[in-house]
Design a protein around this ligand. Structure first.
Ligand code: ZN
Length: 134
């Protein structure tokens, strides 16, 4: 059983193969795309081929579109703002969440292509245990 599920691993930007290692070196303030080349925990290569993360743009586009559609709808029909004000507020919000959206898109994209490897995680845990015992 994985310590954390796939959804949690995606949201926390964890490696898709082990759900342990961080994909990004720093927090968002340290650069949006400041990624490790390989997973610090299991050595999974993140950019599996040149240009791999170009596909994440489609995910980012979908996330942004969903955000804009839902926020403008809520701002207009729940908060009662005019169309122009709703778009203004939604666009300002979109700028603020852009870095989160960009990282989430990469995380979702790689989680589509790389699956969780329980045997590998068990093996690494076992090796670590031996290292502690020795
Ligand atoms: Zn990993």
């Amino acid at each position: 059983m994985a310590k954390r599920g796939k959804i949690a691993a995606i949201l926390l930007n964890k490696c898709p193969r082990c759900h342990e290692g961080d994909m990004f070196k720093t927090g968002i303030t340290g650069g949006i795309y400041n990624m490790h080349e390989t997973c610090p925990y299991c050595d999974q290569r993140f950019e599996t081929e040149p240009g791999f993360f170009w596909g994440a743009m489609y995910i980012g586009y979908g996330l942004s579109g969903g955000y804009m559609l839902s926020s403008v709808t809520l701002l207009m029909f729940v908060a009662g703002l005019s169309v122009n004000m709703a778009f203004l507020v939604a666009i300002l919000g979109a700028i603020v969440i852009l870095p989160i959206n960009a990282r989430l898109a990469r995380s979702i994209w790689i989680h589509i292509y790389v699956g969780y490897d329980k045997e590998l995680v068990d093996e690494i845990e076992e090796q670590k245990q031996h290292a502690v015992d020795a």
